[in-house]
Structure formats: structure tokens, C-alpha cells
Design a protein around this ligand. Structure first.
Ligand SMILES: NC(=O)c1ccc[n+]([C@@H]2O[C@H](COP(=O)([O-])OP(=O)(O)OC[C@H]3O[C@@H](n4cnc5c(N)ncnc54)[C@H](OP(=O)(O)O)[C@@H]3O)[C@@H](O)[C@H]2O)c1
Length: 335
């Protein structure tokens, strides 16, 4: 049984913690917070042992009447691996402060630079590269969505060149400090966006990306164009995508006319309306003059969750790629 610490019980951390709860070969020993707010209370109510992410803040939790078991340093002593889900760039600081000193394994998230870890990870694309590693970075939500799709296209049809546009939700639903109220923001204005180079940390493809932020919180949408090496038809591509559990094909004919409708479906389909899959519009899959067009939606809060579980199995060599992905899919209801 692999003992896991979640350092940063926020949007990603709470989901990874719950997903670990469904696995038989790993368990959550404790989670951390810096603030004694409602999320800290929820963690305790759910039965997670709470630790302070910043050692000096023990008293703040005690003063707020929230039971904490100790600090991140105490937690690290009890675990085999830390899944770092702290805010962007804080993971690298935590690595230097705690993980390297303790000699513990750690997984970082996509908000960290690629050099924080020995390998950037996506279960479909490069599971084996994480085997036995001490530090692994699970790539971001957009990169995970792009990589899954492009891996399947490359393996089945070959890729000459990819052009992709990310239409990004501006912030997560819980954010109340920042946002974009009225506008479309090229982000960045100058090509390329960071997504293409990030895909290349896990998948060897020629790719150029652009990105825009828009005033929505639900999901990202990707408009992807792939020059294929082979002579595939639209139906051949649909058949490949249909076979992969981490891709969910939906159709406008069934009422999936926007991300709003996809999320409305997800609210009934899964706890916390988490969509771990790439949501691909079937009608969008079109091959025109050797070029494939695909439109997909990505639930940014959820898509990296199965990848974190698979990364743990790879790092401890608990299972091979197919076995790990199958267990993760079955336990999280991905089919
Ligand atoms: N949200 C997404 O759409 C998404 C998708 C894919 C990947 N990611 C990546 O996942 C990582 C986490 O993002 P998130 O959206 O989950 O952030 P988040 O919701 O803001 O959660 C961050 C958590 O980290 C805690 N924290 C703050 N300072 C810390 C420290 N020094 N050490 C440890 N924990 C600390 C916070 O606790 P307090 O609240 O108590 O301060 C909070 O629980 C980032 O790298 C991000 O880029 C995010």
C-alpha cells in the first residue's frame, strides 16, 4: 500500500485525494492547507488528516479551532510520495525546501516548469518514462487534453504537423479575486502559446498553438487541425477515438450544443460534475484534403486526476501502462 500526502488541498488536490480513496494499492495519509477556511474544515469532516503546508501556521489553525496533526514536515515522514497540488511555481519551492531533503518521491502539476521533474507525464503517451523516477510532473489540463488526442492520432495515422487553438476558461468557478468580465484576450498575443512546447515535453510532434481567454469558467475548448501522414477518413478517426475510454464522444444531435450543456450532463453523470475524459464532438471530426479537424472540450478541474493516479503506479512500478489505466478507469467510472 503506497502512502500518499497531498500537499495543497485545493481544486486539484481534493480531487486527487478522493480518487486515491477508490484505489486498493494506495492511500491518503494526510492533506495540507495554509488557511483554516471552509475547505480545511471540509477536509477534516471528510476524514482526512490535516497538516499545515506552512509549518509556522500551526497556531493559526489551533486558534481557529481546527484540529491539525502537524506540519508538512511531519507528514512527509509518514509517506512514500507527495502529490504536490500547491499553486503555480510553489511546487518548485516545496521541492527545494522539503522533498529533496527528505528524499521522498513527488509528483508536481502543470503549473510548474518542466525542469522541476525528471519527466513530464501523460499516461497514454509516456507511462514507461516515469517508471522508478523520484520526481514527475503531470502536464497541465490543456496539455493533457491535447496529448491524449494527438497520441492516438499519431499512433494510428501519423502526424506531419499540428495547429491548435485553445479557447480557455478564464478562471476556475471558485475564483472571486480575478477574472475577465467582458472581452476576449489573446494569451499570449505573440505565437506560440506555451501549450505546443508543453505537449512536446511528452509527445514528439510538430505543433504550433495559439490561445485565447474568454469570460467563462466551465471548460476549455480546443480547435485542432492535424496534417496526417496516412490517408485516413473521418470515420476511421472516430472509430479510434471511440475505443479509448479517456475520450468521450458527444454529439450536437443529442443536445450537446455547448460547454454549458456538457457540464449540465456531467452534473447528473458524475460526482462533483468531474469529467476526466476529453469531450470530443463527433460531428467535428472531419478529414478534408488529408487534414483532420477536431473540436474538443476539457474540464480543467478534473482531467489530470486519472493521470496523477497512473503516475503514482508508474513511479513505484506497481503496474504496467495498460493495467494501471484500466484500474484507474474502472475505479473512477471512466468507460
Ligand atoms: N485548476 C485547474 O484548472 C488546473 C488544472 C490542471 C493543473 N492545475 C495545476 O494544479 C496546481 C494546483 O492548482 P489548483 O487549481 O488546484 O490551485 P488551488 O485551487 O489554488 O489550490 C492550491 C492549494 O495549495 C495550497 N497551498 C498554498 N500555498 C501552499 C504551499 N506553500 N504549499 C503547499 N500548499 C499550498 C492552498 O491552500 P490554502 O487555500 O489553504 O492557501 C490550496 O489548497 C497548479 O500547478 C495548477 O497549474 C490546475
Amino acid at each position: 500500500m503506497i502512502k500518499v500526502a497531498i500537499n495543497g488541498y485545493g481544486t486539484i488536490g481534493k480531487r486527487v485525494a478522493d480518487a486515491i480513496g477508490y484505489q486498493k494499492d494506495m492511500e491518503v495519509v494526510g492533506v495540507t492547507k495554509t488557511k483554516p477556511d471552509f475547505e480545511a474544515k471540509l477536509a477534516v469532516n471528510k476524514g482526512y488528516k490535516l497538516y499545515t503546508a506552512i509549518p509556522e501556521r500551526l497556531k493559526v489553525f489551533e486558534d481557529a479551532g481546527i484540529k491539525v496533526e502537524g506540519t508538512i514536515e511531519d507528514l512527509i515522514e509518514k509517506v512514500d510520495i507527495v502529490v504536490d497540488c500547491s499553486p503555480n511555481k510553489v511546487g518548485a519551492e516545496n521541492k527545494a525546501k522539503y522533498y529533496e531533503k527528505a528524499g521522498v518521491k513527488a509528483i508536481f502539476q502543470g503549473g510548474e516548469k518542466k525542469d522541476v521533474a525528471e519527466v513530464s507525464f501523460n499516461a497514454l503517451a509516456n507511462y514507461d518514462e516515469a517508471k522508478g523516477k523520484q520526481f514527475v510532473r503531470v502536464v497541465s489540463c490543456n496539455t493533457t487534453g491535447l496529448t491524449r488526442l494527438l497520441y492516438l492520432i499519431r499512433e494510428n495515422f501519423g502526424i506531419k504537423k499540428v495547429r491548435a487553438t485553445m479557447i480557455r476558461r478564464v478562471v476556475d468557478p471558485k475564483e472571486d479575486k480575478k477574472g475577465l468580465v467582458n472581452g476576449i484576450m489573446p494569451d499570449p498575443v505573440k505565437l506560440p502559446s506555451h501549450h505546443g512546447p508543453d505537449v512536446q515535453t511528452v509527445l514528439d510532434v510538430d505543433i504550433t498553438t495559439t490561445a485565447f481567454k474568454i469570460p467563462t469558467t466551465l471548460m476549455h475548448v480546443h480547435s485542432i487541425n492535424v496534417e496526417l501522414e496516412s490517408d485516413a477518413k473521418s470515420d476511421d478517426v472516430v472509430a479510434v477515438l471511440d475505443k479509448e475510454p479517456r475520450i468521450m464522444l458527444v454529439s450536437a444531435e443529442d443536445g450537446f450544443t455547448s460547454t454549458a450543456k456538457v457540464i449540465e450532463f456531467a452534473r447528473e453523470y458524475r460526482m462533483r460534475y468531474d469529467l476526466f475524459e476529453n469531450v470530443v464532438w463527433k460531428e467535428s471530426v472531419s478529414v478534408v484534403d488529408g487534414e483532420l479537424y477536431v473540436t474538443q472540450a476539457i474540464h480543467q478541474e478534473a482531467i489530470v486526476v486519472p493521470e496523477n493516479i497512473d503516475a503514482i503506479r508508474a513511479m513505484f512500478e506497481l503496474a504496467d501502462k495498460d493495467e494501471s489505466m484500466k484500474i484507474t478507469n474502472e475505479t473512477l467510472g471512466i468507460c
